[in-house]
Design a protein around this ligand. Sequence first.
Ligand code: SF4
Ligand code: SF4
Length: 344
Amino acid sequence: MEKILDKKRLGDWVDALADYEVLAPAWEEDAWGYQPVNGPIRLDHPNTKQSPKRLAFPQREVFFTFEQIKGEAPRLTQTLPEAPRHAVFGVRPCDGRGVPRMDQVFNDYVEDVYYNTRRKNVAYVGLACNKPPNANCFCLSVGGSPVSTDGLDVQMTDLGDRYFVKAVTETGKALMTAAAGVFAEPSAADKKQLKDMHAAAVAYPQRAVNDPDGAPAKLKANFKSPLWDELARACIGCGICTFLCPTCHCFDINDEVQSKAPLKGQRVRTWDNCQFPDFTMHSSGHNPREGTGARLRQRVSHKFQYFHENFGMHQCTGCGRCITECPVGIDIIHVVNKVAANAA
Ligand code: SF4
Ligand code: SF4
């Protein structure tokens, strides 16, 4: 299904999605973030500071509560998420490509009921990039594109005073059908403009990982390289790079005790981070990734080697957030290129 939407009617489309909580990029204090739509919606953001991954994988969630009353059997009560239906507008193609990667991880050996319950209620309405919105975008070199539809339910393309809107999935078709009256049929001129704009977007210069196909073998060959320590020397272990990443998914699980008599509490999952020094700390006190070099190697190799070995795709979608937001300027493109070149 392909349609034209006059920009002045975007709000009418959103209003017609009464079964959804609609989110869209909004400027909040000093950054773009996804917020519930409560008024005019604008889709002129470069990209949001945080990816939309939290809609299916929130930073903190309760798995179950527990209670142990003396003389009685322990009581466990599972807390399945109450997952409202979300339609999230303005998702850039790199973040769309994060979605199938997260789906893969949370349905590999075990189907994660918490993730899946939320995920099936999220519809991703993408916005193609007419040109890469950030200086650190590198989607093309990791198999993506400024006009990729991977992971999206709908793709919108800004044609100036109107959007070209294309349903990618059945969910996307339903989102468009819910507001059938607001759309018009695309003309031949609209289709030509779309084709030209997509071609220009793909031709626009971007940064690049030099040899993404060769990266898994080259990183593997360089596992013991002193370059890792050298490249990671400035890392302060803040974890910004992974918290903002649309595909990072490591988590920790803790039991939070709320009272001791009777014993009551909850089991909670929170995001964790391979750049934290105690991420791999054993109870013996031994830490197999004691230094920043080993931790940087883990993050980069997971993105460009291990994930590829397991699932046949890179875990990085080239959004550039980890580069732009790293407070000490550690640049994943530079790291991959430098280490890979060392193995050549
Ligand atoms: S954002 Fe930079 S400094 Fe912070 S953990 Fe990541 S690489 Fe290290
Ligand atoms: S590793 Fe960095 S550039 Fe790649 S998807 Fe994650 S945040 Fe974006």
